[in-house]
Design a protein around this ligand. Structure first.
Ligand SMILES: Nc1ncnc2c1ncn2[C@@H]1O[C@H](COP(=O)(O)OP(=O)(O)OP(=O)(O)O)[C@@H](O)[C@H]1O
Ligand SMILES: C[C@@](O)(CCOP(=O)(O)OP(=O)(O)O)CC(=O)O
Length: 404
């Protein structure tokens, strides 16, 4: 390993979106390689609103691999992180940074240690697919730092070994995870069905009911289903294959009626079966265009207003322009909303303030990207430690009590 100085640090930062499945992955045929029992299809969400940002640093001074998630150090010893690290290291190539005078040879990556810091701009482990954005970003950013030349399909098969749904976050727009047949998992990869621009008037509204960590992870929930539910096998073998074809056609034709029918049918198949597992309580609503999304928001805000003294700007986050187009500028406008006309004679116009924690308005989004602006890196370029920690340490050294 040739280098100008012994204490250099080289870094890369990536941002990767989350995705929401419209035909769900639920159940594995191989737990270690994370091979699913059926194909699945998802929409990638706008990384401005729901994404993981990850910085990976390498330096000859690091004595072990370390990781911080949302500012807290977490162990990297788990099989899933280890599989991804091992697979990416195998594909690593020579790296040269002329400006910094750094040269890393392919084989050096086996000995060099990395520091990884990641941050999710949405709740972690609450059923909003943080593992998808997080593990995809982990693999994507390591691959960038280590100059891996493989395409997104190959990277998706590595991300899959971190968390199944992560393979679909390797692309923007509409994505299919092909379950594959091979026992090695080499053909269990994600492919892009259509980019985000193919059907860009879809609006996605997420009602966040709870941001707390779920009691049952998806991993455990689907394992229980595989072990105990005969319906799951029927779903995987008989129901999903046809549904996948119909969903592909609906996406190709931008046929919202079929898209919505298939999405709801696939979701209901879990809830109608009264399993005890939970994939998180937050619901994802999809509107065909901005006008319908505005009408939907008016109804949602009428029924689920924020608790007293809450600002509208912190209650509806993400793409706020839909709020404005629906004539909702402030809490006064929400309070003045009439009851939904369709419910007038059928149901009492009940309101449930505080039931929803907040709403996220978003849209389809693009795939992973490298962030070249060094100020967005989560690790300090001089210490290789998380920037916040770095500031706290610096402040303590300076005799200041409060971290900035
Ligand atoms: N940014 C990240 N970088 C690396 N790993 C992450 C990141 N975010 C989440 N994870 C990993 O994913 C785990 C959460 O996955 P889990 O499947 O329980 O929840 P979820 O993905 O938010 O929900 P669901 O899969 O039901 O939509 C975390 O405990 C952590 O190990
Ligand atoms: C309900 C789901 O979101 C389940 C996602 O499960 P994970 O991908 O989080 O599970 P592991 O592979 O065990 O990490 C459906 C889906 O995204 O297709």
């Amino acid at each position: 390993m040739a280098s100008g100085t012994e204490s250099w640090i080289l870094m890369a930062t990536g941002r990767t979106p989350t995705n929401i499945a419209v035909i769900k992955y639920w159940g594995k045929r191989d737990e270690a390689l994370i091979l699913p029992v059926n194909d699945s299809i998802s929409v990638t969400l706008d990384p401005d609103h729901l994404s993981a940002t990850t910085t990976v640093a390498v330096s000859p001074t690091f004595d072990r691999d370390r990781m911080w998630l949302n500012g807290k150090e977490i162990p990297l010893s788990g099989d899933r992180f280890q599989s991804c690290l091992r697979e990416i290291r195998k594909l690593a190539d020579d790296v040269e940074d002329e400006k910094k005078g750094i040269r890393i040879q392919k084989d050096d990556w086996q000995k060099l240690h990395v520091h990884i810091a990641s941050y999710n701009n949405f709740p972690t482990a609450a059923g909003l697919a943080s593992s998808a954005a997080g593990l995809a970003c982990f693999v994507f950013t390591l691959a960038k730092l280590m100059n891996v030349k493989e395409d997104c399909g190959k990277l998706s098969s590595i991300a899959r070994q971190g968390s199944g749904s992560a393979c679909r976050s390797m692309y923007g727009g509409f994505v299919k995870w092909t379950m594959g047949k091979d026992a090695s998992g080499s053909d269990s990869i994600a492919v892009q069905l259509a980019s985000e621009s193919h059907w860009n008037d879809l609006v996605i509204i997420i009602a966040v009911v709870s941001s707390k960590q779920k009691e049952t992870s998806s991993t455990t929930g689907m394992r229980d289903s595989v072990e105990t539910s005969p319906l799951l096998q029927h779903r995987a073998q008989t129901v999903v294959p046809g549904r996948i074809l119909q969903m592909e056609e609906a996406i190709r034709n931008r046929d919202f009626a079929s898209f919505a029918r298939l999405t709801c049918a696939d979701s209901n198949q879990f809830h109608a079966a009264a399993y005890t597992f939970d994939a998180g309580p937050n619901s994802v609503l999809i509107a065909p265009n901005r006008k319908s999304a505005g009408l939907l928001l008016q109804r949602l805000l009428f029924c689920f207003p924020p608790p007293a003294h809450n600002e509208l700007t912190s209650y509806v986050i993400g793409d706020k322009s839909i709020l404005h187009e629906a004539g909702l500028q402030s809490m006064k406008d929400v309070e003045a909303l009439p009851p939904p006309p369709e419910s007038k004679d059928k149901y009492p116009s009940q309101k449930f303030p505080g039931v929803v924690s907040y709403f996220i308005c978003t849209r389809l989004g693009s795939g992973p990207r490298v962030l070249t602006d060094e100020s967005l890196a989560l690790l300090s370029p001089t210490t290789g430690l998380p920037k916040l920690l770095y500031i706290v340490v610096e402040n303590v050294c300076d005799g200041k009590r409060n971290p900035t």
